[in-house]
Design a protein around this ligand. Structure first.
Ligand SMILES: Cc1ncc(C[n+]2csc(CCOP(=O)(O)OP(=O)(O)O)c2C)c(N)n1
Ligand SMILES: [Mg+2]
Length: 350
């Protein structure tokens, strides 16, 4: 992915955003996608969707131990961010991390095998769903402690500035995590030292079973950097074009040495918090409405068909290709051996 950013920046419609400190609202900007970009977005979002569906099945079959948090519904966030970013930019997130890894072009086999605790997994089968990393692909985890990745992502930004490498640390966290204290300590340092960090708040409206209205004194999270002077904006996180346009703008801000930027992605997860959550705190109608009216993949699909850029058969063929990648990953995740017992003593700090 990536490398399509310049074109989209040039064709971006309007100029979204707020003045410093998140004061003023502006019209949302939507990147005007080329045919190539629509296909790119479609493929990547579909890969995440199918991967997650398969992970859900494997979990149901008892093949995945521990926690497993699915990203279904939120695909446009990570794909849009990634489409605007460049080689070298880093990503770090919490435990809902499979989509982020696939967006960073990590191998589906390695991710799935980590879920099933196999040797060929990204953490040699010792980390599981929430603890995977790939320095090579600039993915820094995979963190189970809510909000912990925000300080770490700020550290990545510090390293980027110190090394003058031009990279930006895309640091993701949820609406629930947005109430953690260390988030604000990090904001302060990031703005004080003008660190190149984009704080991507994935507001999927719930932190476990608690809605944002019940948990947060203020619910417009794009304003959360106001007291530090960090600009922020709300983005339609179900529309990959809006995400990409916002990402372009935030990346430009960071690369110009102006410090951090907050993007609050308004999104939604279709499944429960984790595989063990039946999601009784919200109505079926609420979920169904998001699925039918705002699904990120359906939006791209509809545009491709409407513009005559793809036929139903071509889209089916992409689905088939994607399903094959996922099936191969699932096969590997079930046949690759478990780590040797001696691995209990490696990769640990003594
Ligand atoms: C420090 C800490 N407190 C509590 C938990 C338990 N916990 C796990 S996920 C979660 C909710 C976080 O919600 P949000 O940030 O909105 O992310 P989402 O799951 O919606 O992606 C909580 C409270 C934890 N893992 N770490
Ligand atoms: Mg949430």
């Amino acid at each position: 992915m990536a490398a399509t950013s310049k074109k989209a920046a040039a064709s971006r419609a309007g100029s979204a955003g707020r003045s410093r400190g998140g004061a003023a609202k502006a019209a949302p900007a939507v990147a005007d996608f080329t045919k190539e970009q629509e296909f790119d977005a479609y493929r990547h979002m579909l890969l995440i969707r199918r991967f997650e569906e398969k992970a859900g099945q494997l979990y149901g079959m008892g093949l995945i131990g521990g926690f497993c948090h699915l990203y279904i519904g939120q695909e446009a966030v990570v794909v849009g961010m990634r489409m605007a970013s460049s080689e070298g930019d880093q990503m770090i997130t919490g435990y809902r991390d499979h989509g982020h890894m696939l967006a960073m072009d990590m191998d589906a086999k390695g991710v799935m095998a980590e879920l099933t605790g196999r040797r060929g997994g990204y953490s040699k089968g010792k980390g599981g769903s929430m603890h995977m990393f790939s320095k090579e692909k600039n993915f820094y985890g995979g963190h189970g402690i809510v909000g912990a990745q925000v300080s770490l992502g700020t550290g990545l930004g510090f390293a980027n500035k110190y090394r003058e490498n031009g990279a930006v640390a895309m640091t993701y966290f949820g609406d629930g995590a947005a109430n953690q204290g260390q988030v604000y300590e990090s904001f302060n340092m990031a703005e004080l030292w003008k660190l190149p960090v984009i704080y991507v708040i994935e507001n999927n409206k719930y932190g476990m079973g608690t809605s944002i209205e019940r948990a947060s004194a203020t619910t417009d999270l794009s304003h959360r950097g106001a007291s530090f002077g960090i600009p922020g904006e709300q983005v339609d996180g179900m529309d990959v074009r809006a995400v990409m346009a916002a990402s372009e703008k935030a990346l430009e801000h960071c690369r110009a040495g102006k410090g951090p930027y907050i993007l609050e992605m308004i999104t939604y997860r279709y499944r429960g918090h984790s595989m063990s959550d039946p999601a009784k705190y919200r109505s079926k109608e609420e979920v169904q409405k998001m699925r039918t009216e705002h699904d990120p993949i359906e939006q791209v699909r509809a545009r491709l068909l409407e513009k005559g850029w793809a036929t139903e058969d071509e889209l089916k063929a992409i689905d088939k290709e994607v399903r094959e990648i996922v099936a191969e990953a699932a096969e590997f995740a079930q046949t690759d051996p478990e780590p040797d017992a001696s691995e209990l003593y490696t990769d640990i700090l003594l």
